[in-house]
Every structure is written in C-alpha cells, then in structure tokens.
Design a protein around this ligand. Structure first.
Ligand code: SAM
Length: 287
C-alpha cells in the first residue's frame, strides 16, 4: 500500500471521495512521513503494543501505527471518513475502525474487550478544544492505559509540563503531573498538514504513573484547593483560599499553613505539588 502521508496521495484520496474538510472537527491531515515516524518512535510503540488512536482522519498516522504495533483500534467521529478509512486501511488486518465520538464511548470496556489493559497506548491528533477534556477523562476516570501521546498547541504543552514559580504553572500543570510524567517528543510546524493550521503544535507523551505522584487523602479537596489557589493569581494564599469555593475560614487556613510551614503571604503559583498535597491533607482533617 502506498504511503498516505504525502501531499499527492492525500489530495488524491480527498478528491476521489469528494471529501470536504470540517474546521469544527479540527480536520488537518498530516502529510509528512518523517513527522509520523518521530511520533511513533517517541510513543515507544513496538510489535507488542496495543494502540487506541483517536481521530484517524484518512489514516495517515493509522497506517504507520498498524505497521509498528500488534493491534490498532481507531475511533473516528466523522462518518464521511469511515468508507475512506475502510479503503485506505484495507490491507491492515490488525486494525479496527470505530465510528464514534471518543467522549461518548465506554473506554474501559473498549480497552478490556478489544485491546489490552496492560499494554495500551493512546495516540491522537485532535481538535485542540477537546484535547484537554480527553486527556483529563483518561486520567480522572483511571482508564487503564500506559501512556498518552497527543498533539496539542505548543502553549498548552508548556502549561502541562510547567514547574512551580513559572508563568505557565497552573491548575492544569498539577492535574496532569499528579497522574503522569510529561515529556515533549517534538514540535510540529503548520507546513506538515493539509490544510495548514494557524498555530505551532507539540507532540507530548504522558507516561501514566503506577500511583499518583503525591499521596492525597481526599482528591476532591486537593483539586479544589489547587483551583482556589490559582483562581485568584494575584492574591496571597491566605486571601485566595479564604474567598475560594472550599469556603474555609481564615483561622483554619492560617493554622493549616503554619502546621505545613507554608508562609501565608506566598502565592499559589509558588507551591510545589508536594506542598499542595501536604496542605490539602491537613485541611481534609478539619472538613
Ligand atoms: N490523525 C489524522 C492525521 O494526523 O492526519 C487526522 C487528524 S485531524 C487533526 C483530527 C481528526 O479527529 C479528524 O479526523 C476528526 O474528524 C477527528 N475527531 C474530531 N473530534 C473527534 C471526536 N470527538 N472523537 C473522535 N474523533 C474526532
């Protein structure tokens, strides 16, 4: 089978099927085999891997995933792409196409029934507005996957990786780093897509940790505390937390901060994930 990820082959497939790109579904197709090879290498896919691909498009990345992995299940929401994928991927017997919105699927059952709970790697190049909700769905619902390799806007990748006391550090950095190690695999220019997107992208790999990075007694309190602390970025921790949604009284916050040896005048963005965990666990004792 010819390589799909070339400008000519992509144009040929699109024209043959009279396919129109949908902007709202984020349809920008990869046309550079080198970039795809780097994604597959960075994703650490081997002949033993099971891959859940989100948004295969016309199959540019899927074709190479099928050659590198043991099995691929690719979930595509656009029903116009299903007959195209049946044709472009017909030689790959280890590949199944599912026509569905990834956010509406029972992902746990899909992995148990069709993939492998110990060896599944998620790969996706999706519309940017649903990338963060999808990542959080996998992590918060503890869907059994080894890693998530996803293309996202460069700025969002930087926020996911950020450490305390940087301007990119925020609730998203903590949410992702609580569950994963984050690594950038490569940055991708607009020129390797048809049609070209407006922004530069990054491909990141999230390696899911066996257990969360820090021990937390009540995850709801921990994440709410993080949101409150970042919600009012210019306020001191004491003021941000006392006017936050946890509705903590000032005396309690002062005492908890003192016990955790955290200065009440510090701002949320200076606290490490370990300090947030310490503080959340102390506050959980009282509420
Ligand atoms: N993977 C292909 C590539 O790299 O050339 C296509 C990438 S394109 C940026 C995004 C794909 O995700 C499109 O095919 C789009 O129809 C699909 N998509 C968008 N929203 C989706 C959703 N909620 N569930 C599944 N697929 C979705």
């Amino acid at each position: 089978m010819d390589k799909i990820a070339t400008p000519n082959k992509t144009k040929e497939i699109v024209t043959k099927h009279g396919f129109y790109f949908s902007k709202s579904l984020g349809q920008n197709f990869l046309i550079d085999k080198n970039i795809i090879d780097k994604i597959i290498k960075g994703a650490r896919i081997t002949k033993d891997s099971y891959v859940l691909e989100i948004g295969p498009g016309i199959g540019s990345l899927t074709q190479e995933l099928a050659e590198a992995a043991k099995k691929v299940v690719a979930v595509e929401v656009d029903k116009k792409l299903i007959p195209i994928l049946s044709e472009t991927l017909k030689d790959y017997k280890n590949t199944e196409i599912v026509n569905s919105d990834i956010l509406k699927l029972d992902l746990k059952s899909l992995i148990v029934d069709r993939l492998d709970i110990n060896k599944t790697i998620v790969v996706g190049n999706l519309p940017y507005y649903i990338t963060t909700p999808i990542i959080m769905k996998f992590l918060e619902e503890k869907i059994p996957v080894k890693s998530i390799i996803i293309m996202i806007q460069k700025e969002v990748a930087e926020r996911m990786k950020a450490k305390e006391a940087t301007k990119e550090y925020g609730a998203l950095s903590i949410a992702v780093q609580y569950y994963c190690n984050v690594e950038t695999i490569l940055t991708v220019p607009p020129s390797v897509f048809i049609p070209q997107p407006k922004v530069e992208s990054s491909v990141i790999r999230l390696d899911v940790l066996d257990k969360p990075r820090v021990e937390v007694t009540d995850e709801d309190v921990f994440f709410q505390l993080v949101k409150d602390a970042f919600g009012k970025r210019r306020k001191t921790l004491l003021n941000a937390l006392s006017s936050g949604t946890l509705q903590l009284n000032k005396a309690l916050i002062k005492e908890a901060l003192e016990d955790c040896k955290i200065d009440e005048k510090r701002r949320g963005e200076t606290l490490s994930i370990e300090e947030f965990a310490l503080l959340a666990n102390r506050i959980s004792e009282e509420i």
